[in-house]
Design a protein around this ligand. Structure first.
Ligand code: SF4
Length: 236
């Protein structure tokens, strides 16, 4: 896999796309998530297969009922499941959260992921994905938003948009797309590019009937050209 850097065609294309999105949406450089790493891990486990609104409801209920990690870790799976029911898949998520807390405390002697800050990105990700219920997307959210590492989380919006842009193969899943794109996302761009792609996916590049004529990426998007009949695609 090619490393980050100038002269890399995909890196140049990603820089161009991120620039176009930043000109439309601005550059978000602050986390929309809780930044305490272990709470962020809990939040991202809750985010799987649900909407942001339901994730936030489940998280708020969980944090209100178990405001500290020792209290949460001592709770029964049934009580945690009950607290997070609004987020869906409550049984599996409750067990994933309790299993992660138990293992972290057993291995580190405290409820903290701060030790990951000094680890290289790949090693830190390997540690996080070794927990049941934690995939590459969840791990990358924690590494980007809590530690400021150059991880590139790919969610369903980003996967759809990057497929339409021809950046990842049609059969790629979230993990494969993230690992394929991440080495080519220019330094400093993972957070604004991630957040702007999600916004584009929600507002314009929607699952059905994307609003290509008003898209800031139309000039460089093969799918947009096909849908609009335009010939504005500029290979980068
Ligand atoms: Fe999506 Fe259309 Fe924009 Fe391409 S031009 S990214 S298909 S909305």
């Amino acid at each position: 896999m090619t490393s980050r850097g100038a002269g890399n065609t995909l890196a140049a294309r990603l820089r161009d796309l991120s620039g176009r999105l930043s000109r439309r949406y601005g550059r978000a450089l602050r986390s929309p998530h809780r930044t305490e790493p272990l709470w962020n891990l809990v939040l991202t486990i809750l985010s799987q297969n649900t909407t942001d609104a339901n994730r936030d409801r489940a998280f708020a209920a969980l944090a209100a009922r178990f405001p500290t990690f020792p209290l949460l870790a001592a709770a029964s799976p049934e009580d945690v499941e009950d607290a997070i029911r609004a987020g869906g898949l409550a049984r599996a998520k409750a067990r994933a959260i309790l299993s992660a807390l138990s293992r972290i405390h057993r291995e580190r002697g405290e409820y903290s992921l701060d030790f990951l800050s000094g680890m290289p990105l790949r090693e830190a990700r390997e540690y996080l994905v070794s927990f049941p219920g934690v995939g590459v997307k969840t791990a990358n959210v924690v590494l980007l938003f809590s530690f400021g590492k150059e991880a590139f989380p790919v969610d369903t919006h980003i996967l759809r948009v990057t497929k339409r842009l021809g950046l990842v193969p049609p059969a790629a899943d979230l993990s494969r797309a993230a690992l394929l794109l991440e080495p080519h996302v220019p330094p400093g761009e993972p957070m604004p590019f991630h957040m702007n792609l999600i916004r584009l996916g929600r507002e314009i590049c929607r699952p059905r009937e994307p609003l290509c004529p008003g898209c800031p990426l139309l000039a460089v998007c093969p799918e947009g050209a096909r849908r609009t009949g335009s010939r504005g695609v500029v290979p980068r």
